[in-house]
Design a protein around this ligand. Structure first.
Ligand code: 13P
Ligand code: SF4
Length: 359
């Protein structure tokens, strides 16, 4: 059973059949009393999904009872953007964070895109404004701007092309430019620079009443930005060394939003789906995943023979806002509608489409 495969339950499954499926898949990661209640919610969501002619997209960080039951498609940011671009349903329910739902809306202006919680933000997306990008472009005129997909639509609108954790180096290479501006994740930019042997500089943001950029009076191959993922910045080289000391056979996987020295200390680095595939294709038994903890639970649920070394204080407070209850309410009340002003959407679309063409 692949982690990202959809559940064999359908709208015609009974609550008991859904419960039995969930029990078989999730007994190690979700308590039984919760499964009974959640099976009823799943049934309700599947019925609402059909009556609304909706598709549910679920990011790999969704909690196990949601991840393994209701999404029609699961994956990393790139895969979900592709699914959003392809769907013929009237309604897209995005079980992920706001920048992902916005990307779905940018690709589907005529469809209703719903996000189940208004609190599903992202520290990277919050780290940069459209005005910041305009200032950088004024300082480096003509230099192409790559933005990580973890940004809001108005920031994407100022950029030439998007990238995700699975194609960042490929997108930078495709630009064929000596210098690129790469926003807003400092560590992803540093990891790309390390991987491709490029030099990098990071401007400083000074906040005292007004926001001002301090940009060094020099250039580099990559001009970055001091944005951080508040989840991945918590991992340290000591975490890796401590796990290796205790479990010499452990395989360490790090998301590229982790600090470069952590990525260097790991055995593999890739997008959330690349990490899942690595575990599925590896014969090893024990893994340390340096990423949001739900993903480890989701892998173990589908592959009980694999063991995750737990560092489970590390949760994404934004992804965690999306629950089965909120998703049921989203479909029931058609909330919360994601909107993007048309002039911004059209400009942001160019950056998203260019990324999808690069692959
Ligand atoms: P992926 O594209 O690798 O799923 O990453 C999204 C994200 O927000 C990771 O923190
Ligand atoms: Fe944003 Fe980090 Fe959460 Fe991903 S894990 S949504 S980058 S805060």
């Amino acid at each position: 059973m692949k982690v990202t495969q959809t559940a064999p339950i359908t709208v015609s499954s009974s609550v008991e059949e859904i419960y039995q499926f969930m029990k078989e898949r999730l007994h190690d990661v979700v308590p039984d009393f919760e499964l009974k209640y959640k099976a009823e919610l799943v049934k309700e969501i599947l019925e609402l999904k059909e009556s609304r002619n909706a598709v549910i997209l679920g990011h790999n960080y969704m909690e196990p009872a949601l991840f393994h039951t209701i999404p029609d498609f699961k994956g990393d940011s790139l895969e979900l953007a592709r699914r959003a671009a392809e769907t013929d349903k009237d309604v897209i329910v995005f079980c992920g964070v706001k920048f992902m739902a916005e990307t779905a809306k940018i690709l589907n202006p005529d469809k209703t895109v719903l996000i189940p919680s208004l609190k599903a933000g992202c520290s990277l997306a919050a780290s940069i404004t459209a005005e910041d990008v305009r200032q950088l472009k004024a300082r480096y005129p003509g230099v192409p701007v790559v933005t990580y997909i973890n940004t809001y639509a108005d920031v994407k609108a100022e950029c030439d092309v998007c990238c995700t954790s699975s194609n960042a180096a490929k997108v930078v290479a495709a630009l064929d430019s000596d210098t690129v501006i790469f926003l807003p994740d400092e560590y992803l930019a540093r990891n790309v620079a390390r991987e491709t042997g490029k030099t990098i500089l990071i401007p400083r943001v000074v906040e005292n009443g007004t926001r001002r950029l301090e940009i060094p009076d020099k250039t580099a191959d990559i001009i970055g930005w001091p944005g951080k993922c508040e989840v991945h910045e918590q991992f340290t080289v000591e975490d890796v060394l401590a796990a290796r000391r205790q479990f010499p056979d452990v395989i360490v996987l790090a998301h590229p939003e982790c600090p470069p020295e952590v990525v260097e200390a790991a055995d593999f680095s890739g997008s959330t789906t690349a990490m899942i595939r690595f575990v599925e294709q590896s014969a090893a038994h024990r893994y340390l995943l340096l990423t949001e903890c739900s993903m480890g639970d989701n892998i173990v649920a589908a592959h009980p023979d694999k063991e995750m070394v737990r560092l489970c204080s590390v949760r994404c407070p934004y992804m965690n806002q999306i629950t089965l209850e909120q998703t049921r309410d989203a479909l029931k009340n058609m909330q919360y509608t994601v909107t993007v002003p048309e002039d911004i959407r059209v400009r942001a679309l160019k950056a998203v489409e260019r990324m999808l063409q690069i692959g």
